[in-house]
Design a protein around this ligand. Structure first.
Ligand code: TXA
Ligand code: MG
Length: 318
């Protein structure tokens, strides 16, 4: 296999309790042996992440679950068949074999089967679950390329497996299957409509989660680009800004009155998947040395557009 040496190194590092940047189809993760509390503690420290925010365990396939999951709810299987490996995280009741630090003391644990072929190979060889949050500092924009991992985490990561740019570009959708009726805790790379179709159910999502949310990563203020972001119709905000020091994020057309080089049109063809892939890179490109603020317009509130709007709303909440 191409990159055999890198895969071996990633597996070796994970077996030795080191931290590895791992490519997934959504964003890069900061992986470590999910069975070992001391390793998971290093992940929290590297990200400067508060201990109340639980981590997702990554598996190669569902046959590995029985050692960690207390019972698998019926809705799990149709979703697993339809979408895994893929950008979906399940919240499931856990067994005591999952260290408390992974779940922040909750009786449930996040479980995901990522689709990127390199990371799938790593997970297959490791055979243990890999705990991995997004490989960014807490509250910042998630990495969608290997170099982003080093930019924020530097030598806190022992090795990063370079799998190229992430295909989806938004974190996984999180569905809670631990309660009687499934709930969406985070909109993400798998559109809610696709899940509803498979389950033949309407699934609630509470847009304005509070400061004490069920998925703490859904804190109102998250995904900080490091400078203020104004989220709303762009023409309304133009009178308030200096056009030369303002970045613009729009869906399919550039706006008048701002230099082209300051504009990121995420999908000239109006394709929401393409826009999602480009979103975090666009946010990162507006660095504080050259830009004072970012204007971002609302995307269509459907499919991946809902997750894009969610991230922009949170980025604006700083
Ligand atoms: O796409 C993804 O999910 C990426 C890649 C690396 O897999 N991972 C990711 O992890 O986004 P992280 O840690 O940045 O976000 C995980 C979210 C957090 O908001 C956390 O609060 C929530 O999952 N979560 C984890 N376990 C949970 C649990 N038991 N109950 C509720 N929410 C949970
Ligand atoms: Mg994250």
């Amino acid at each position: 296999m191409k990159q055999e040496g890198d895969i071996k190194k990633a597996v070796q590092c994970l077996r030795e309790g080191k931290l590895v940047g791992l490519p997934t189809e959504t964003v890069y993760g900061l992986g470590g042996d999910g069975r070992k509390a001391s390793v998971v503690a290093k992940i929290f420290a590297a990200k400067e992440r508060p201990a109340f925010d639980p981590l997702i365990l990554h598996f190669h396939n569902a046959s590995q679950l029985s050692a960690y999951i207390a019972n698998i709810p019926p809705h799990f299987w149709p979703l697993y068949e339809a979408f895994c490996p893929g950008p979906l995280t399940f919240i499931l009741p856990r067994k005591p074999s999952v260290p408390d630090i992974v779940t922040a003391g909750h009786s449930t644990v996040g479980v995901r089967f990522p689709r990127h072929p390199l990371t799938r190979e790593v997970l297959k060889r490791c055979r243990f679950p890999v705990a991995a949050p997004s490989a960014n500092l807490f509250g910042r924009v998630s990495p969608t390329e290997a170099r982003h991992v080093a930019e924020q985490l530097g030598s806190r990561v022992d090795f990063t497996l370079d799998g190229g740019a992430c295909e989806v570009g938004l974190e996984s959708t999180i569905i809670d299957l631990s309660t009687q009726h499934p709930r969406i805790l985070r909109l993400g790379g798998l559109p809610l409509e696709a899940i509803e179709e498979v389950l033949d159910l309407s699934i609630p999502y509470e847009k304005n989660s509070s400061s004490k949310p069920q998925a703490p990563g859904m804190l109102t203020s998250h995904y900080s680009p490091g400078i203020p972001l104004l989220f709303g119709p762009i023409v309304q905000n133009i009178p308030r800004i200096d056009p030369l020091r303002t970045g613009v994020i729009s869906f399919c057309t550039a706006v008048n009155g701002i230099p082209d080089s300051n504009q990121r049109v995420l999908s000239p063809d109006g394709n929401l998947a393409e826009a999602a892939t480009a979103l975090f890179g666009a946010l990162r490109s507006f660095t504080a040395d050259k830009y004072d603020c970012i204007l971002a317009e609302p995307f269509p509130e459907e499919g991946l557009g809902r997750a894009i709007n969610d991230r922009l709303r949170r980025a604006a909440a700083h």
